[in-house]
Design a protein around this ligand. Structure first.
Ligand code: HEM
Length: 320
């Protein structure tokens, strides 16, 4: 969330050094509320009468969530317009600059909606696979050790892993790919709609049909993947799985525009966690990998683990 908000507006939402604590807290609550409401199958969304009655207060909460997000982002746009226009390199500043020539295309409403879309689309989506990856690694300590050995050899415990290390950490990338194969953040991607009548796999699909792509199933198809249910990062080594059907970021024109950023963020965060801390399961039982329901395929039981700073990383951690 901090990475996205820094990129969009040059602000942080979490941590010690945040400005406007109360406002930020409210905004964070709104973002969390948005994910909760969007992930739940509320009957109010499907039955208009219930929407009007709103017995469970779902619509009222959604209204509050939307208002808080819009008001906060509008306030940020105003601050940037008045104070620092053109001086900082944030996305809002770039769009305000472009708006000087094409004001309709870059109206405040357009900027607000792009900012909110990126903030929501680019936060939980990258955080969620990191939790799955840690859970999988705790159940496969050999893979965890291998990833750590790769990082130690590349970075040598003198500093924290950084973005430019990623090209020298192929095994870490294999772990992320294997995690996204087994637990894709959006198992049915997002709903699409046929613009015209089409014939597909023997089915006649009328124009205007909602289409869901079950990539969860495709990515576990035994005809494509050997031992599909097993966590085997090595299957991605040296491009071995190139050309196999896998689409955790979607496909085609509406494919996720944040893929490259997400892969880097996940490598950096997961790599830092592996580099800096020793990890242990809470008991002798493997971590429970059951899936919950929600917008972004959550773990049924949120991951709880024991961790402690690695002795050899103490100096580096003290400097952070
Ligand atoms: C691991 C992390 C991520 C995953 C798995 C992911 C996955 C997806 C998927 C499956 C879609 C829908 C594709 C489709 O329509 O079929 C999507 C759309 C989108 N994603 Fe991501 N995403 C991730 C990170 C990000 C990040 C970091 C950003 C922002 C920088 C982002 C911004 C968006 C936006 C704006 C769309 C809508 C694109 C459109 O409809 O044209 N995503 N993403």
């Amino acid at each position: 969330m901090n990475i996205m908000m820094m990129l969009i507006a040059g602000k942080r939402l979490y941590g010690d050094k945040i400005e406007h604590v109360k406002e930020t807290q409210k905004f964070r609550e709104a973002v969390t509320g948005w994910f909760e409401l969007s992930g739940a199958a509320n009957v109010e969304y499907f039955i208009p009468l219930l929407r009007i009655l709103d017995l469970q207060g779902v619509m009222k909460k959604m209204k509050w969530v939307t208002e808080v997000m819009e008001e906060t982002v509008q306030k940020i746009i105003k601050e940037h317009r008045q104070e620092v226009i053109g001086k900082r390199e944030t996305m809002i500043d770039s769009m305000l600059e472009l708006g000087k020539k094409e004001s309709e295309k870059y109206s405040d409403i357009v900027i607000q909606n792009i900012a909110i879309t990126l903030l929501l689309g680019g936060s939980e989506t990258s955080a969620n696979p990191i939790e799955w990856a840690m859970a999988l690694l705790l159940n496969h300590p050999d893979a965890l050790q291998k990833a750590r050995a790769e990082i130690d050899a590349q970075v040598r415990n003198q500093r924290l892993i950084k973005e430019s290390d990623s090209i020298h950490l192929p095994y870490l990338e294999c772990i992320i790919s294997e995690t996204l194969r087994l637990y894709p953040v959006a198992p049915l991607l997002v709903p699409h709609e046929s613009r015209e009548e089409i014939s597909l796999g023997g089915y006649e699909i009328p124009k205007g049909t909602m289409l869901l792509a079950n990539i969860y199933q495709i990515q576990r198809d035994p005809e494509i993947w050997e031992e599909p249910m097993k966590f085997k990062p090595e299957r991605f080594k040296d491009g071995r799985s190139n050309g196999k059907w896998m689409a955790p970021f979607g496909m085609g024109r509406r494919k996720c525009p944040g893929e490259v950023l997400a892969m880097r963020q996940m490598g950096l965060v997961l790599g830092s966690l592996i580099q800096c801390f020793d990890w242990e399961r809470l008991g002798s039982e493997p971590v429970n990998l059951s899936e919950g329901s929600g917008l972004t395929l959550p773990m049924a039981t949120p991951l709880e683990v024991m961790y402690r700073p690695r002795h050899i990383m103490t100096d580096v951690l003290l400097q952070v």
